[in-house]
Design a protein around this ligand. Structure first.
Ligand code: ACO
Length: 325
């Protein structure tokens, strides 16, 4: 028995901010942001918007595409570090919005790797026969947690949510192999004190600067390239699959230079790597499921194709999942 994704969906804030818009807020330039990161614009939550609403929308879309009613679900798992509350979990709050009762709902905190980690929890539980139908969400709003006076971090992040509905199924299609890794000893390279969502880009409310996202970008860059390349190679090798046979790689969208360097290390043509960070920025745990939904919608892969998801983020955490679609 294994598990297979049968529906995906995404949800986004209503407003997109371009690099030119940011030039008016910060000492930065479109040229710097594009050349260093590949980002052109990002969706940012505005005052009054809720990440829960956005995740709910992504979940409804994924359920619709799966042809499934919320009441059929056996579990809800959310990969997020952006819950407004320490408890109830983000997943419990989505559960309430979906009107589902009496099933487990919980969060997985693995920062930008959150969706891949949550997918692995769902897959393992379905392999063990615990659940048959699971909603997996990746949602984050890191733009509400950066220091908007710090141009080194403020330009990088966007907000959003993606979701996938998974079913328990025998047969060759579905999740083939997943590998997860963490390096707690390097946690200080990327961190955020747990004080919940505090401010949208246009609000007066601000986090105390000590509570904003802290990042040692250049060090993180090198680790991200190595860890994403290694885990991608390992997840395929362990499954006895050649990366040449993988139709598409759907990576966490942090930085175009990271993604190009990973592709180069692996000897993979960059056309095989799905990129949408130019329009979204780094949406943390939402980036893989948003990209998966877009790539599918764009017809970039189809039934029986090999699809590889990979991610790296705070923790540090990283992981990869190989699927036969
Ligand atoms: N606009 C203009 N100039 C800027 C900006 C900006 N937004 N940000 C930094 N600079 C300046 C700096 O002040 C510095 O100037 P100085 O030399 O006069 O001091 C110069 O640009 C170079 O700064 P660096 O930080 O060395 O720039 P670098 O080339 O390393 O790029 C970046 C920074 C894009 C953050 C890069 O290190 C990176 O992408 N790291 C990975 C971080 C990441 O992706 N984090 C996301 C979470 S982890 C993950 O998702 C994998």
């Amino acid at each position: 028995m294994g598990s297979r994704i049968i529906g995906t969906g995404r949800g986004l804030p209503s407003a997109s901010l371009s690099n030119q818009d940011l030039e008016r807020l910060l000492d930065t330039s479109d040229e710097w942001i594009r050349s260093r990161t590949g980002i052109g614009s990002r969706y940012l939550m505005r005052t009054g918007e809720s990440l829960l609403d956005i995740a709910h929308e992504a979940s409804r879309r994924a359920l619709d595409k799966a042809g499934m009613k919320p009441g059929e679900l056996d579990a809800i798992i959310a990969g997020t570090v952006s819950s407004e509350y320490a408890f109830p979990s983000f997943a419990c709050q989505v559960q309430r919005m979906l009107g589902v009762t009496s099933i487990p709902a919980f969060d997985v905190a693995a920062a930008c790797s959150g969706f891949v980690f949550a997918l692995s929890v769902a897959d393992n539980s379905m392999r063990a026969g615990v659940w048959k139908k699971v909603l997996v969400i990746g949602a984050d709003a890191l733009s509400t947690m950066v220091d908007w006076g710090d141009r080194r971090t403020a330009v990088l992040f966007g907000d959003g949510a993606g979701a996938a509905v998974m079913i328990n199924e025998a047969g060759p299609r579905g999740v083939i192999n997943t590998l997860l890794r963490s390096a707690g000893e390097a946690w200080e390279l990327l961190s955020l004190r747990a004080t919940g969502i505090r401010a949208s880009a246009d609000s007066e409310l601000r986090r105390d600067p000590v509570d904003t996202l802290k990042m040692r970008g250049p060090e993180l860059f090198k680790i991200a390239v190595k860890s994403m390349a290694d885990i991608t190679r390992q997840v395929a090798e362990q499954a006895g699959v050649s990366l040449n046979d993988v139709s598409i790689i759907i990576p966490h969208q942090a930085n175009i230079r990271i993604l190009n360097a990973v592709a180069e290390r692996l000897g993979i043509p960059t056309e095989k790597v799905f990129i949408n960070l130019d329009r979204y920025g780094n949406t943390s745990a939402a980036s893989v499921p948003i990209a998966l939904d877009e790539a599918l919608e764009a017809g970039r892969f189809g039934d029986n194709d090999l699809v590889l998801l990979n991610a790296c983020g705070g923790g540090l955490t990283w992981g990869a999942s190989l699927l036969r679609w």
